[in-house]
Design a binder for this molecule. Structure first.
Ligand code: MOS
Length: 732
């Protein structure tokens, strides 16, 4: 199905199943330990061996000599493979550095080999005995140091610099002008489930159980790295304990498990220890961002400039900090540019809401600062500069932009009217403040396929290589099939994450929910037609409800259609690539903080997100996505930051003890409200994703609340106690 015109009424609009709250269908499996994650396929795999990655312990330089002897003689060791024994064609699609380095080392903890042993402990012990002699090179590890040589650079195929009007002239001529720089910290995706793979060769065919967001791309990439036909590779990833971008592709665990298993002729499991994850895989780089805004005295923006600087390995992407700025606030004169400095730190790449998650922090603090300069309420300033056309592409109108409603509705619900002047509200020892921010994230789509089958027992089976990375894919797909075929969710079996199934959009960029359900929608339209034909009914007039199929006066049971065997259909959602409309998801974040007047500790007291993202397919899983995203925003604002050790060129805090993500005690109260507005322009579900929208802007709202509480403006996140203490009032 080529989706190229807005869709009218569909069976989804009945809203009997889709749009209703439903707890996750695979939840019981997960909470009882029966959902088999990548590292847990033991029963099928006797004689499995364990692989331990041998990482580089320098950031830059050359391996001069390899000595695997001590490791080879270590108890239980079956094989030691170093880069000298490993042949990988190219790198993993989507990644920049090689999955196995050597002799050149590209970053600290880059894999240089693997030890395979009878037990995990034996493999780990022996991995420490593989000896490399290095010639250490001089690396660049500091963004401040690399900034002067940074080059304008686009991310993920997008433009590096975009301009409209004459930014510099308009900025100079501005009545009220604002110019400031901001910093955001580097982030680790820090998902609960580590990178993990089990590989088994069945003749010339590779079977790979792995933890992955995008099955088809990973399959192609594995085949390419191993110089195999894609048909020889099967990827299986039915349950994923978080990915956040880092599992969009095959990582070192996957390729090394495959190579090791081939070499030893037995299944090999490779689980990346937590201590390796932060430096071996990918991160969201630190950024510096400059915001220049000029406005008329009435608050109308005349010039909007946003420039970002970040570092990455050669050939990598910059953090796309300015991407969202192209589409959020109005202003006829615009300059947006990302710059990349070459650094020798571990690879920067997609981490949840890449670019926008931290770009929005700088922009939303700047908007707060500018509103104050103009003497405007920060919500009014945002409302004045809302734009129903894409500010950078004025010929494109947004299909569904309800930012103003989100801001106004949120203000009312949150009690924005109670906000006081900066540094004036107190509750005992707590300085109290409120902050607001806009949330914007693109509403991307990807082609997506699915198969759906009516079984002879009347149950429905859905098959697609879509993944559920904790997001709720199983549930919304079950709901979609249920709605289309007139059955409840408990009559639908959803099977995901298997490369034998039709290729889906996969999970990334918050496109998964709307794209994958749209693919299934198309498959269900086709299945409804086949069922109608079997029942000799008019496919155009048939209704599916309560396990029955109705056409005019005739009523059949779904079971009547399968008397002669199951009925199956496939379908694919696709669309015209040249959009004439602008798509986006919008929201408003409201935060109340308390800042301890004596210690500077910031406690988030209340959070509210009002989100507009088309039809909300399942308010339970959508809410869960948004509160998780808001929690990420708290981390970015208050605690999460990879600390660079410039002596060794690595991230020092490479575990969950020192890389501090928020925990339950940090998050007292979160509300999420969905406008649940339908957008018929993007896909047949009239839906968009929310998983990244929920993060965009949050850190800015928190920083603005800290300002409102203390009267002190911090232009860096995370805001640490030591940043705040010098600005606290004298003890009373
Ligand atoms: Mo997301 S960072 O596009 O998986």
């Amino acid at each position: 199905m080529k989706f190229d015109a807005p869709i009218g009424d569909t069976p989804i609009d009945n809203g009997r199943v889709v749009g209703r709250p439903h707890s996750r269908v695979e939840g019981p499996l997960k909470v009882t330990g029966r959902a088999t994650y990548a590292a847990e396929w033991h029963e099928d795999l006797p004689a499995m061996l364990y692989g331990a990655i041998v990482p580089a312990t320098i950031a830059k330089g050359t391996v001069k000599a390899v000595d695997p002897q001590a490791a080879r003689q270590s108890p239980g060791v079956v094989e030691v493979l170093t880069f000298e024994d490993i042949d990988i064609h190219g790198t993993s699609s989507g990644r920049t550095v090689k999955m196995v380095g050597g002799p050149e080392v590209q970053h600290y903890h880059q894999a240089l080999g693997i030890v395979i042993a009878e037990t995990f402990e034996q493999a780990r012990a022996a991995a420490a005995l593989v000896h490399f002699e290095y010639e250490v090179g001089a690396g660049s590890f500091s963004l401040d140091g690399g900034r002067a040589d940074a080059k304008v650079c686009g991310a993920y195929g997008g433009p590096g610099e975009t301009r409209l009007g004459d930014f510099e002239a308009a900025f100079e001529a501005g009545e009220v002008r604002f110019d400031a720089e901001y910093r955001t910290g580097a982030h680790s995706p820090a998902m609960i489930e580590p990178f993990a793979s089990i590989a088994q060769w069945q003749g010339d065919d590779l079977m790979l159980w792995t933890s992955n967001q995008m099955i088809a791309g990973t399959r192609g990439s594995m085949a390419s790295m191993l110089r195999l036909d894609e048909e020889r590779v099967r990827i299986f990833s039915p349950y994923v304990g978080g990915g956040f971008g880092a599992k969009l592709w095959a990582n070192a665990d996957a390729i090394l498990a495959a190579i090791a298993a081939k070499k030893v002729g037995r299944p090999v499991k490779v689980v990346m220890p937590r201590g390796l994850i932060f430096n071996n895989t990918i991160n969201r780089p630190e950024t510096i961002q400059r915001l220049r805004i000029a406005a008329r005295a009435d608050g109308t923006i005349e010039a909007f400039g946003h420039e970002g600087w970040s570092g990455n390995v050669k050939g990598g992407n910059p953090e796309s900090t300015v991407m969202a700025s192209r589409s959020v606030y109005a202003g006829p004169n615009r300059l947006m540019a990302d710059h990349m400095a070459h650094l020798d730190l571990p690879e920067g790449n997609a981490v949840r809401a890449p670019g926008d998650a931290v770009g929005s922090i700088a922009v939303e603090i700047a908007m707060d600062e500018m509103a104050e300069k103009l003497g405007l309420d920060p919500i009014e300033f945002r409302v004045i500069n809302d734009s129903q056309v894409d500010p950078s592409k004025p010929e494109k109108t947004f299909t569904n932009r309800h930012l103003v409603r989100c801001l106004r509705d949120g203000a009312e619900r949150f009690g924005w009217g109670d906000r006081m002047a900066p540094g004036t509200r107190r509750d005992g020892k707590w300085l109290i403040g409120m902050g607001v921010a806009t949330a914007y994230r693109a509403a991307l789509r990807h082609a997506s396929g699915a198969a759906v089958r009516l079984e002879t027992n009347g149950r429905i089976t859905v098959e697609t290589d879509m993944t559920d990375i904790g997001t709720g894919s199983y549930t919304i797909l079950a709901q979609t099939a249920g709605e289309m075929l007139g059955v409840s969710v408990d009559r639908v079996d959803v099977r995901l994450g298997d490369s034998r199934f039709p290729v889906s959009a996969g999970s990334g960029g918050q496109w998964g929910a709307s794209s994958s359900t749209s693919g299934l929608y198309v498959a269900c339209v086709n299945l409804r037609r086949s069922i109608a034909e079997r029942l000799s009914m008019d496919a155009e007039r048939v209704e599916f409800e309560g396990g029955e199929v109705r056409s005019g006066n005739r009523v059949c049971s779904l079971l009547d259609a399968v008397a002669g065997g199951p009925v199956e259909a496939e379908g694919k959602f696709d669309f015209a690539q040249s959009d004439t409309k602008a798509f986006g998801t919008f929201g408003a974040h409201f935060v109340e903080v308390g800042v301890d007047a004596y210690t500077g500790e910031v406690r988030v007291r209340r959070m509210l997100a009002v989100c507009s993202a088309g039809r909300i397919l399942n308010p339970v899983s959508a809410r869960s996505q948004v509160i998780g995203a808001m929690t990420w925003g708290v981390g970015a604002a208050l605690s999460e930051k990879l600390e660079v050790d410039e002596r060794y060129g690595c991230f020092l805090n490479h575990d969950l003890a020192l890389y501090e993500v928020p925990v339950h005690a940090d998050i007292p109260h979160q509300d999420v409200v969905f406008l649940d507005d339908l957008d018929p322009h993007g896909n047949p579900m009239k839906a968009h994703g929310v998983g990244e929208l929920g993060l965009c802007g949050v850190g800015g709202a928190i920083a603005n609340a800290v300002y409102n509480a203390t009267g002190t403006r911090l232009r860096k996140v995370p805001m640490m106690v030591e940043d705040i203490i010098p600005h606290l009032p004298e003890p009373v």
